[in-house]
Design a protein around this ligand. Sequence first.
Ligand code: AMP
Length: 212
Amino acid sequence: MNLQLIFLGAPGSGKGTQAKRLKDELGYEHLSTGDLLRNEIAKNTKLGQEVRKIISSGQLVDDVTAITLLKLNCDLTKKNYIFDGFPRTLNQAKMLEEEVLKNYGYRAVYFEMDFDQLVKRVEYRRVCGNCGKIFNLIFSPPKIEGVCDQCGEAKLDHREDDKEKILRKRFEIFTTTISPVNAFYQQKNVLLKINASGDQDTIFHKIKDIIS
Ligand code: AMP
């Protein structure tokens, strides 16, 4: 099982949830450029200060910044990766191929989902600020209100960019930038589209089928 995985999909399409499960059950490394960027902001690094405004306004950071951060955080000679939230643009897809994936085998998985359902998922999404577990106040609420089931911390955050106005901007950008990325992987015959509104187990098994 040596395939690298690229997860493509709009905010809320379930990429992060599936990636965490593949990490726990199959030992993949989950690399989310969104998480890496938020981490830089939380640590108030120079990069964090530079990208804070861009992220809170729902825009994309520039391609070179994104790939540089990604490259600093992965080593394909040692691990298999799930790239979550990268690439976002055709240029990033080309850079990923040339500078990171090189001759490694990989598949791209596109999480397809209806826009209205996505809005619901993301608006009600809460992320544990301590361990990263993802909840949804409607579909998968924590057992005790406001408290993480996994680590017990009362620190369930509503990301600024998950709030409606910014969310709309993120969807708009996603819709315009994803088509050439999908076309790039389709042409290479490595793209699999899955219906991301299905239940989590079914989606998980579909992904497992691809890599086994
Ligand atoms: P995400 O958690 O993947 O939804 O990412 C949150 C935000 O981080 C995005 O709205 C962008 O501002 C930024 N971001 C994450 N990944 C990338 C990327 N590959 N290229 C550019 N910006 C990104």
